[in-house]
Structures are given as C-alpha cells and as structure tokens.
Write a protein that binds this ligand. Sequence first.
Ligand SMILES: C[S@@+](CC[C@H](N)C(=O)[O-])C[C@H]1O[C@@H](n2cnc3c(N)ncnc32)[C@H](O)[C@@H]1O
Length: 238
Amino acid sequence: MAREAGTRPALPGGSVESTASLPHPAGAPPGTKDFWRQEHTKFAAPHYRLEKTARLINRISGSRHLDLLDVGCGPATLGRLLHPRIRYFGIDIAVAEPASNLREADILDVPIGFDGRRFGIVVSQGVFEYLGGHQEQKLAEIAALLEEDGIFLATYTNFAHRRPYVYEAFTNIQSIERFRGSLEEHFIVHRAFPTSYNWNHGQPRRAWVRQANMRFNADLPVLGRRLGVEYFFVCSRS
Ligand SMILES: C[S@@+](CC[C@H](N)C(=O)[O-])C[C@H]1O[C@@H](n2cnc3c(N)ncnc32)[C@H](O)[C@@H]1O
C-alpha cells in the first residue's frame, strides 16, 4: 500500500540537525516501496555494519542449527554471510527477486511474521529509525516470534553523536536510552555497544578503522555516546 512520507522529527534534546538534503531517487517519496527499491542498490554489497552483524550472529548461534528472520532485509545480503547451519528468512517492503525464504510486506501495515514460524534469532538492523509510531507494536510482534531461548539483535542510530546525521527518510528519532527503555518493555537487554566508533557519523570507511571496530564490542563511557555511530542491542525474551 502506498504511504505518505513521514515528517522528520527533531533530534532528541532539540539540537540542530546537520543533514545533507539528498534528492529522492527518481522522485519517489521517502518510505515508499519505490523509494526503497532504489535505495537497496546501496545495500547489495556487504557493508561494514552488515559484516559485523553477521560476525556477531555466527558467534551468538554457536553450533546450533536455527532459523533466522531478518526484518527489513533489503536485498538479503546478510543471508550470504551467515554460517550454513543458519536458515535465513527475510521480510521487506521491497523484495527484488522473489524467493521462498523472502516475503514482501510493509510491516507498518501488516504484523511481522513468516507463515507462523518461530525463530532462534530475529535481527533488525537499520530499520527502527523508519518505524515512526509503530515501535512498541513491532517490538511486541518480534518478541512473539522468538523461540523460548531466542535472541533479538537490533541496531539503532546514536543521535547523541558529536555531529549527528539525520537521514531524510527517518521517521522515528529518539535517544539510545529511550530506545533501550522501549526494548526493555519486551525483552531482557543483555548487551548494548556501538556498532563502531567514528569521528564522523557514518560507518567507518578506512581499513584500519573498520578492522579496529570490527572486533571491539564494548560501550566506553562518554566516548560511546559521542563517537558511537549506531548501537547493537543483544536481547532475549523477558
Ligand atoms: C537502511 S535499510 C537497511 C537494510 C539492511 N537491513 C541492511 O542493514 O543492509 C532499511 C530497510 O528497511 C526496509 N523497510 C523500511 N520500511 C519498511 C517497512 N515499512 N516495511 C518493511 N520493510 C521496511 C527497507 O526496504 C530497507 O531494506
């Protein structure tokens, strides 16, 4: 279903945005299926956060065989990076190539789900920033999809970064503390740490910065909030 683009909320604390105003791809309004279909070209090749997510999941899953649901999977690139014993399923508003393990659905219109399955791991990376007004409902739906000992791995942007960048399609902007509080309504949050530390509010590009960040999974006092680009949250059912 076509949807109006959301209005852009202010940053938490009322600070001034340092946003680059990007042109809409081919004029498609942000948040619509056409918009995302074109944006997906940016996520087709593995990017830094995706690689770190895969690394975390491969480690968290241990030697278990399990089903994983990637909410907001884009071009399903994550599936290619996971260990073969992890069975990959994805859901997204725009799926380019239909496949039995991928489902095209606007999760603002329909509940998150996949044929009544339950999952050992659910992941949502770079997605909750776009779910304005639906956060609590979507977290509740994800909690209900997890197996008893299942893990939810989420990312969320750190808008307290020293120079925050607010992408024009974001409709759901809040502090890391507030997002964590919302997670804690539905899950136990076991760990929270930056996806990367970077002077600029973007994924690290230089090889040595990427490498240093890829293996570093700790939330440093003060530095985490000022230089953390996004945060990972590792959660289980409460
Ligand atoms: C920033 S991209 C992240 C893609 C992928 N998770 C990654 O990290 O490479 C956000 C993703 O959420 C999807 N998305 C946004 N709004 C959605 C909605 N209402 N329903 C389903 N998917 C949505 C987009 O199509 C896009 O694939």
